[in-house]
Write a protein that binds this ligand. Structure first.
Ligand SMILES: [Zn+2]
Ligand SMILES: [Zn+2]
Length: 139
C-alpha cells in the first residue's frame, strides 16, 4: 500500500479518500469529495475528510492546486504537472511540465535559506468553447 510507503498509517479514512480520488480521476474540491462519500453512505465528517486531505498532501500522495479564486482542488499526485483554468467555465486542464527539474522554476529574488518544495504554475484564459462564445458575443 502506497500510504505506508509514504510514511502514513493506512487508516480507513485515508484509504477511502485516496481510492476515491483515484477512481474519480481529475480534479475535485474537498466539498465534492465529501458529497460523494456521504452519498455512498460513508461515515466521514467534513472535518475528517479535510484532515485526511491535509495528511495525504503532506505525504505528497495527492496534490493541492489553488485554482482560485477560493477554489482548492485535489488530485492524485502521480505525475508532476501544471494547470490551465478557464476564466469562462472554470474547467481545469492539466498542462505538462516542460522541465524535469523540481521545482521547475528558479525562485529568483527570494534570497537564501528557503527550502522550496514545488512551483505550481496556473495558466489562465479561455478554453476553446468559451473562446468561441466570446468571439460570437463580440459580433
Ligand atoms: Zn471554458
Ligand atoms: Zn491536474
Amino acid at each position: 500500500m502506497r500510504l505506508r510507503l509514504a510514511g502514513l498509517r493506512a487508516t480507513l479514512p485515508r484509504i477511502k479518500v485516496l481510492e476515491l480520488l483515484r477512481e474519480l480521476r481529475g480534479h475535485h474540491s474537498a466539498d465534492e469529495l465529501v458529497r460523494v462519500l456521504q452519498a455512498r453512505g460513508e461515515r466521514l465528517s467534513r472535518a475528517s475528510v479535510f484532515n485526511v486531505l491535509h495528511d495525504l498532501c503532506s505525504a505528497q500522495l495527492i496534490m493541492l492546486t489553488d485554482a482560485g479564486p477560493g477554489r482548492a482542488i485535489y488530485e492524485v499526485a502521480d505525475h508532476r504537472h501544471h494547470h490551465f483554468v478557464c476564466r469562462g467555465c472554470g474547467q481545469v486542464y492539466d498542462v505538462d511540465c516542460v522541465t524535469e527539474n523540481h521545482p521547475c522554476l528558479a525562485a529568483t529574488g527570494l534570497g537564501e535559506g528557503f527550502e522550496i518544495e514545488e512551483a505550481q504554475i496556473i495558466f489562465r484564459g479561455y478554453c476553446p468553447a468559451c473562446h468561441q462564445d466570446k468571439a460570437e458575443e463580440v459580433d
